[in-house]
Design a protein around this ligand. Structure first.
Ligand code: ATR
Length: 288
């Protein structure tokens, strides 16, 4: 699709941003659907967020993804936010409708859809979530709406406890938080149905690291890793070898992108096109 006088501009703001996969994924989807949209990456430094948001209104940029370091600070520049943004205190998607900016957080729904579309239903399932950072929080918020219980283990245990308390206030007493010790992971895995690594452990260049000893993994487990570089992390490889169902970080990336695409275009995203674009780019090693 060529650029015209009517082309709608979307993009992602963050710093650093040069290695973002979002332009690759979103432009592939826009082209496939023959939509007159283009997606760009904007490097926005911390002190420039206010100017960037003025720019969004002034230039009538239709939609933005927001990544580090702006996910929290961007909220005060928005006119309204969804329930996920309210709980999480962070937004990753903005829609501009005639100068009215709405904020959404599609990280959690992306993780949930990555499971659902790979035939994993969380109803009556016990989840072990490793990590309590921004990504873990978004995943926990969406999973708590469907899972039977969630155990959150984090290196800094107080963060897991604070997150568990916040979730229990909203969803009832089904979330526990604790320290990410090898013992706790092993014990919690004994009756977990779904394991999610929402820490950065295993990410390039530390590709030989995993928080889970291979012998603790079992065939009736579903393992999801938010790390997508490498596409197959050590945890994912160990889980596959143990006969477990594996859902890679690329799936979560794509489904959160698909949710943003739907917000901006009103159309269902071409998942396979997005997946292929992401995997090609990751395979080419252009992303870090
Ligand atoms: P994101 O937005 O990607 O979630 P983050 O908010 O910085 O990033 O969170 C990173 C998560 O990875 C945290 O849960 C962090 O644990 P701490 O809260 O204790 O820092 C976790 N993490 C990072 N490196 C880790 C490591 N080597 N071992 C265990 N957990 C680690």
């Amino acid at each position: 699709m060529g650029i015209s006088g009517k082309t709608r501009v979307c993009g992602v703001i963050g710093d650093p941003i040069a290695h973002s996969l979002s332009p690759t994924i979103q432009n592939a989807a826009f082209n496939h659907m023959k939509l007159d949209f283009v997606f760009l990456a904007f490097n926005v430094k911390t002190g420039e967020l206010e100017n960037a948001m003025r720019g969004m209104r002034g230039l009538e940029i239709h939609g933005l993804n927001v990544t580090m370091p702006h996910k929290n600070a961007v909220i005060r520049h928005l006119d309204e936010v969804d329930s996920a943004v309210k709980f999480l205190g962070s937004a990753n998607t903005i829609l501009n409708e005639d100068g009215r900016l709405s904020g959404f957080n599609t990280d959690g729904v992306g993780a949930l859809n990555a499971l659902k579309k790979n035939d994993v239903d969380l109803a009556e399932k016990k989840v072990l979530l490793l990590g309590a950072g921004g990504a873990a929080k978004a995943i926990a918020f969406s999973f708590a709406q469907e899972a039977e219980s969630i155990c959150i283990l984090n290196r800094a245990p107080e963060k897991a406890a604070v997150l568990a308390d916040a979730l229990n206030r909203v969803f009832g007493m089904k979330v526990v938080g604790g320290a990410l010790s090898p013992n706790a992971v092993q014990k919690s895995l004994q009756d977990a149905d779904v394991l999610v690594n929402a820490t950065s452990v295993g990410m390039h260049p530390h590709v030989d690291q995993s928080l889970v000893v291979p012998q603790w993994l079992k065939p009736d487990l579903t393992v999801m890793d938010i790390v997508y570089n490498p596409v197959a992390t050590k945890l994912a490889k160990d889980a596959k070898a143990a006969g477990a169902k594996v859902i890679s970080g690329v799936e979560m990336l794509i489904y959160q992108g698909a949710a943003s695409f739907k917000i901006w275009t009103g159309k269902s995203a071409p998942i396979e096109v997005m997946r292929k674009a992401a995997l090609t780019k990751l395979g080419a090693g252009e992303h870090r």
